[in-house]
Write a protein that binds this ligand. Structure first.
Ligand SMILES: [Zn+2]
Length: 308
């Protein structure tokens, strides 16, 4: 099949309910570990940065590498290998690499990752806890500890990824004389498919968030929608709108599903119970669109089978 006529976009958007936790990357040296927050209409909500989410996704993929597969580890300057034919990380997540005489070679990430946005107000769902951080002051000295205050909270986070299918395993090639851009494939189609499937699979096994030694939590999808698209668009990311009473906006759900289904081969929807209050209504609305409601893991497995 001519690839230009095939799949162009794959979008995943999901909600994940967390127990008491703090998901920002890195503890730093500060004695107060806060939760990153954004403000909407004067009210604070927590979020986890897109950078941290990318890191969690990469680490989930790294755990699933087969023996012959490869993901480089960034060097001390944060530079990666840049070999997209063999390195899954450089291919899927892009890179910027200084190159002699050319300035820098940049690859835009074909896998786009959103920040995880807390949808419930921070104040009503958070607390400050403290922990003791131990460190050795000098060689041979006894361990000393200091008290660190840490903000922790529960919330329902919305996250998403969008995969630019044509660019996975391929490089943009600018043809100066014709003034056109085309995609030059660095890997064969079966390898591209494996890489997309691995990205989807990683969503089920997100686990390497910060501070899990003390704040073990699950941050994988509880409600999820996947669209397998003939056009590249990020529209599905607007699917979930939650009010403070934990009810999903059904009208929004209908509008976005109608919109995205115009250019999608398939839309999949999964949900576990006890996350949103109006789950019966959600199920009814989704099924009215001819979409069967499954569990998130069934949805991810089915999406993997649709990538061909
Ligand atoms: Zn690499």
């Amino acid at each position: 099949m001519n690839e230009l006529l095939g799949l162009k976009g794959l979008n995943v958007v999901w909600l994940s309910k967390t127990d008491l936790t703090n998901l920002n990357a890195g503890e730093g040296e500060s004695n107060y570990i806060d939760i990153k927050k954004y403000k909407k209409d004067g009210i604070e909500y927590p979020y986890v940065s897109g950078q941290a989410m990318r890191f969690y996704l990469k680490e989930a993929m790294r755990r699933s590498l087969e023996e012959k597969e490869y993901m480089c580890i960034p060097d001390d300057k944060g530079e990666t290998c840049g070999e997209i034919n063999k390195c899954l990380m450089c291919d899927l997540f892009g890179f910027m690499k200084p190159s002699k005489g050319k300035g820098a070679v940049t690859r835009v990430s074909p896998v786009k990752v959103s920040p995880a946005i807390g949808l419930l107000p921070f104040d009503e769902n958070a607390n400050v806890d403290f922990l003791t951080r131990r460190h050795r002051v000098s060689e041979g000295a006894k361990m000393e500890g200091d008290i660190v205050n840490i903000e922790i909270g529960t919330n329902i986070y919305k996250s998403g990824i969008s995969i630019d299918m044509r660019r996975v395993g391929g490089e943009e090639e600018v043809k100066e004389e014709k003034r056109t851009i085309s995609i030059k494939n660095a890997v064969e189609s079966p390898e591209k498919i494996i890489r997309v499937k691995k990205t989807l699979d990683a969503l089920r096994y997100l686990a390497d968030y910060s501070k899990q030694a003390r704040l073990l939590t699950d941050f994988s999808p509880d409600l999820i929608a996947v669209s397998v698209q003939k056009k590249y668009s990020h529209r599905l990311q607007k699917l979930f709108d939650l009010n403070n009473g934990r009810e999903l906006n059904i009208q929004r759900l209908n509008e976005i599903l109608s919109d995205v289904s115009e250019y999608s081969d398939t839309i999949l929807f999964g949900m576990v119970s006890g996350i949103v209050k109006n789950e019966a209504e959600v199920k009814k609305a989704v099924e009215a669109k001819g979409i069967q409601v499954k569990t998130p893991s069934e949805v991810i497995n089915e999406a993997k089978n649709l990538v061909k």
